[in-house]
Design a protein around this ligand. Structure first.
Ligand code: NG6
Ligand code: CA
Length: 500
């Protein structure tokens, strides 16, 4: 009798809690944030010339969003928005950050990490940072580099300070450069040459990868960078090993914290320039370094999924996969990305790309997997990375501190596939500002070139207002502003109102 009663009591208890408000849960959370990966760059989003089985596995076991967005068409503002739940254009100085920028997030501000830490999570960031480091004078490279991730709610950090194409080419772990020999201190300057290391401008014959635009300052590992540096020889990374190093760090973080809920922000270097993947991927895609970098990225994702599987964490872990902005082929290095494209469409059916106001700038792959909790499938809900703060706060039963994360909406129901309804509207930051509302996309008038000539990308800028029906014209080919002056006026007013 007792044996029967016990399960019955359990069932009753479940029913009672089920009737009460949804209980907060505390799955592990892994956010895989890729760099410059386009809407059409992975096979689960329709790529056929390149295959990404591990990312596809996430999509098969999870929910694939067809209308998922980064906040901006470049890295720094997208990352700012994701971490703070606030549109980056609200703050000056949140454009693409130089490698010696000061930390651009105010340390008093709530971040995804601080909110999850408050929920009892161990929080870690591994990978590309690109949000500045240090106080008003910038980072103290040879000393304590703070404030940075640890002052924003992360318990642990292992980062590339800016991007692979910006100096210094070293890792920063917590407050210090990894393997820095103080007998060989680092000097970094973004205005003038420092030391006597060769530059790409003066010594192009030393380059392994020629520059098409920019990237002609200090040469590190045969690649011209943005910015000048000297010193820190023992700390320099080897570009071909960066993905392996970051992945190993991410795996170690997961393994070390497997007993408690953890949040891992894994920001890959792929597929940003310079694309210089490990030798084992070279030539494997048939599309040159850009395609090979996609294969390397997929491998990184596979390693993380394998780690979760082998530690028995898969069902207890919410994995979110996305990209910080849309695709670009020539982003400053001659690496064959255009010549070897072989019909691959990095943006899928969308127009524009990185930097652009057209959809390819900010509409990116966006996948959520949580086995047993999120029903696999596809969702057309409008979702943005800016919403992760409020949504993860809601999921874990946390309040967003008053005054913080003002643009972040709790769309956890959409992210978990319980509804098809996401945001009503969303601001997109490309070369011009846009607003999506339902099926309409409005691009505010902005003077400037139609084509960004260096990168060969349609900017989306026009001196006239633009209105597109995304349901019938996802490629933004027919500007229907003249036929719908009322919609244009309403959306222009709404955009102005949000941006006030
Ligand atoms: C641009 C760089 C580009 C890339 C980008 C930032 C030049 C000519 N171009 O200024 O190569 O680094 O900044 O990319 O220097 S992002 O994904 O980090 O936003
Ligand atoms: Ca990027």
């Amino acid at each position: 009798m007792k044996k029967l009663l016990l399960p019955l009591a359990g069932i009753l208890a479940c029913l009672v809690t089920g009737m009460a408000k949804a209980q907060p849960s505390r799955p592990n959370i892994v956010f895989i944030y890729t760099d410059d990966v386009g809407y059409g760059d992975v096979s689960c989003y329709g790529a056929v010339k390149v295959s990404t089985p591990n990312i596809d596995r996430l999509a098969e076991q999870g929910l694939l969003f067809t209308n998922g967005h980064a906040s901006s068409a470049t890295c720094t503002p997208s990352r700012y928005s994701f971490l703070t739940g606030r549109y980056a254009w609200r703050k000056k100085g949140t454009g693409v950050a130089p490698g010696d920028a000061s930390l651009i997030i105010d340390t008093g501000r709530a971040t995804v990490a601080s909110v999850l830490k408050q929920a009892g999570y161990t929080t870690g960031v591994v990978g590309k940072w690109h949000l500045g480091l240090g106080g008003p004078d910038g980072p103290d490279w040879n000393g304590e580099i703070r404030p940075g991730p640890l002052e924003l709610g992360f318990d642990e950090s292992f980062i590339i300070p800016a991007t692979l194409d910006r100096v210094p080419c070293v890792y920063v772990e917590n407050h210090r450069i990894v393997r820095l020999d103080l007998q060989d201190p680092i000097t970094v300057d973004y205005q003038k040459p420092v030391g006597d290391w060769p530059t790409g401008r003066e010594h192009p014959e030393l380059l392994r990868m020629q520059s098409t635009h920019g990237h002609d300052n200090t040469i590190i590992n045969g690649i011209g960078r943005i910015g000048y540096m000297t010193g820190g020889r023992a700390a320099l990374w080897r570009d071909q090993d960066v993905a392996d190093t970051l992945t190993a760090r991410a795996q170690r973080f997961i393994a070390m914290h497997r007993e408690q809920p953890f949040f891992l922000y894994f920001a890959t270097n792929d597929i940003h320039v310079p694309r210089d993947p490990h030798e084992r991927f070279v030539g494997k895609s048939g599309m040159g370094p850009r395609g090979d970098a996609i294969l390397q990225l997929d491998w990184c994702v596979g390693r993380l999924l394998h780690t979760l599987d082998s530690l028995g964490l898969t069902d207890k872990t919410l994995v979110i996969f996305s990209s910080d902005n849309g695709p670009v082929l020539d982003d400053g290095y001659r690496d064959g990305a255009i010549a070897l494209l072989s019909g691959h469409r990095p943006a899928g059916p969308l127009s524009g790309g990185k930097y652009s106001a057209f959809e390819a700038g900010t509409r990116v792959p966006f996948i959520v997997r949580w086995p047993g909790k999120v029903k696999p499938g596809r969702s057309a809900a409008l979702v943005s990375q800016v919403d992760l703060l409020a949504s993860l706060a809601a999921l874990t039963g946390q309040k967003v501190p008053a005054g913080d994360a003002q643009d972040s909406e709790d769309i956890s129901a959409a992210l978990l596939g319980r509804t098809d309804k996401g945001r009503e509207s969303l601001v997109e930051q490309g070369r011009a500002m846009s607003l999506i509302s339902g099926n309409w996309k409005y691009i505010a008038p902005k003077k400037g070139p139609k084509i960004l000539s260096n990168v060969h990308i349609a900017s989306g800028m026009s001196e006239r207002p633009q209105l597109y029906n995304l349901e019938t014209d996802i490629a933004e080919q027919q500007n229907v502003a003249a036929q719908h002056p009322g919609v244009v006026k309403k959306m222009a007013d709404e955009l102005k109102d949000i941006m006030k």
